[in-house]
Design a binder for this molecule. Structure first.
Ligand code: C5P
Length: 237
């Protein structure tokens, strides 16, 4: 069934745990250790290692899947990849908004009527404002460029976008309540930032307007992932 963005009464259902592992075996070890998690993110590393297997295994366990492949190619190629992703039951799939409106519309046409919903990736958070202007030749400040790309994604019919929790409040006011925002860069109070620099707590990110949170290492690399999960859920209650 297609995810109804406004029906997640249970705060735990808003947490997507990132399976950033190099193999299905390691990923499923964690899944089976944390049966209370209902939504998992499969990214490029795991998908390239073992794509079909991990998606089938997650669906066999009745889990929701955020397939974070950040597709970016000509419209025909991206649309074809989206068509295949619908067959594997991916619930969310990411494509780059910078691929343009024709690419996003072609991708959206392929998922229409399926349970797969498309999320736009705007600007990678690794790109600085200096790189944006001097390497990519975009004469805009980051928040303005991100807002432009996310608006283009909405105009192209996409369900939502991935953004930093620090951008979500402003984007929510521009895009309205029906657009879905998924935010990584979330850290429970007291946990290590890792390589994330601009973080927010789970509660603050939801309060700022995020529909879903993507959380990886604070759970997956915790000495006790079950306790880490429980603490985050408690914070959201
Ligand atoms: O371990 P951590 O909580 O930092 O994981 C965050 C997840 O979100 C990773 O899978 C990462 O690829 C993803 N992500 C991110 N920042 C973005 C987009 C995606 O951290 N801008």
């Amino acid at each position: 069934m297609k995810i109804n963005l406004n029906s997640e009464a249970n705060p735990q259902a808003k947490i997507i745990v990132a399976l950033d592992f190099p193999s299905t075996t390691e990923a499923l070890n964690l899944c089976d250790h944390l049966p209370q998690v209902c939504f998992w993110k499969v990214g490029l590393e795991l998908f390239i290692a073992d794509g079909n297997t991990i998606l089938r295994e997650l669906k066999d366990r009745n889990k929701k899947i955020f397939l974070d492949l950040k597709l970016h190619d000509i419209p025909n190629t991206v649309a074809a990849a989206c068509r295949v992703a619908t067959k594997y039951g991916a619930d969310f799939l990411t494509i780059h908004a910078s691929g343009g409106k024709a690419m996003m519309q072609a991708a959206q046409a392929e998922v229409q009527g399926s349970t797969t919903q498309l999320l736009a990736v705007s600007l990678l958070t690794s790109i600085s404002s200096v790189e944006l202007q001097s390497d990519l030749l975009v004469p805009l400040e980051i928040p303005d460029y991100v807002a432009k790309l996310v608006l283009l994604a909405k105009d192209s019919g996409l369900t939502g976008a991935v953004c930093s929790p620090h951008e979500v409040a402003q984007l929510r006011s521009l895009l309205g309540d029906e657009f879905c925002f998924v935010t990584p860069g979330v850290r429970p109070a007291g946990s290590s930032f890792g390589d994330q620099s601009r973080v927010m707590t789970p509660k603050a990110a939801i309060a700022a307007g995020a529909n879903y949170l993507v959380i990886g290492r604070p759970i997956t690399a915790a000495p006790n992932p079950v306790a880490a999960w429980d603490n985050i859920c408690q914070e959201l209650l």
